[in-house]
Ligand binder design. Structure first.
Ligand SMILES: [Zn+2]
Ligand SMILES: [Zn+2]
Length: 278
């Protein structure tokens, strides 16, 4: 299973779009891993989690062939995760041509919740016809597994917004299992009922709050609690890797500084372009 972090930043990116705070200035100067685009992940080059507003630059930077993406799984409807305009560029009404002979995908399957579906439909309806051949939407429900390409996704309940049922996902493929857990604060007990006894090879956690306490996103404190819970429910072992993502300027630490803190708990701070084979 090949996991590629295309972006590891929070909604405002890092350095933040208009921000001149101390850490944004330092991150800009330091460059490299300290530069974080909006969060998303590409799995096995064919399943994309979330459509970030930075997808275009991510395509250029990592030389992605997005025509080969078969499925797009969306966590929630916030603009940093579901840029409906970018998705619509996949349709013939936008003169998008796909080379099927070279493995281009005819119809992309999009999966998400009810709120994402409403945004999707609004986007599709702007152009009256022509998208159905290239894009199909599937509403998915909490704790009900579905198959995207050859991967089994189980939506779990994030703790992120009151007005939307946001998801994190358990993803199973090729005998491996990962937990993709942003954007969320500490998750409710009901989720552990579903995943207990299931061993994760990798746990990717929201750490937007850094050293600050959770507020709809996790910080290192909630990350540590989550690791403890996962241990308690026999979901993790010595081989499990813990990656932190959705990093923000709000706690005042650059990637390098946060990595020093995170290392104390055996967490790795993910960075844009990081590719992991499990
Ligand atoms: Zn976000
Ligand atoms: Zn800033």
């Amino acid at each position: 299973m090949k996991l590629q972090y295309l972006g590891t930043g929070a909604s405002e990116a890092f350095p933040a779009l208009f921000c001149e705070c101390d850490v944004c200035v330092r991150a800009l100067k330091a460059g490299g891993k300290n530069i974080k685009r909006r969060s998303s992940m590409l799995i096995n080059d064919k399943v994309l989690i979330d459509v970030s507003p930075d997808l275009y630059m991510q395509k250029l930077e990592y030389q992605l062939n997005l025509a080969k993406v078969e499925s797009i799984v969306v966590t929630h409807a916030d603009e940093d995760h579901f840029d409906v305009f970018s998705l619509m560029l996949r349709g013939k009404p936008n003169y998008c041509q796909i080379n099927y002979a070279e493995g281009g995908v005819e119809q992309v399957q999009v999966y998400g919740n009810e709120t994402v579906e409403a945004l999707y439909k609004k986007g599709v309806n702007k152009k009256l016809k022509g998208y159905q051949e290239q894009l199909a939407y599937h509403r998915v429900n909490p704790f009900q597994p579905f198959t995207a390409s050859n991967m089994v996704f189980t939506p779990l309940l994030a703790n992120h917004r009151l007005d939307e049922q946001c998801y994190i996902y358990m993803i199973e493929c090729e005998g491996k299992r990962i937990l993709y857990a942003n954007d969320t604060d500490a998750i409710d007990e009901i989720n552990y009922e579903t995943i207990k006894g299931k061993r994760f090879d990798l746990v990717s956690m929201d750490c937007a709050r850094g050293i600050l306490p959770g507020d709809g996103h996790m910080g290192l404190g909630e990350n540590r609690d989550m690791k403890r819970k996962l241990q308690q429910y026999q979901c993790v072992g010595p081989q499990t890797r813990y990656l932190l993502t959705h990093i923000s300027h709000m706690c005042g630490m650059t990637h390098d500084e946060l990595q020093m803190e995170a290392a104390k708990y055996e967490f790795e701070v993910a960075y844009d372009g990081l590719t992991i084979e499990i």
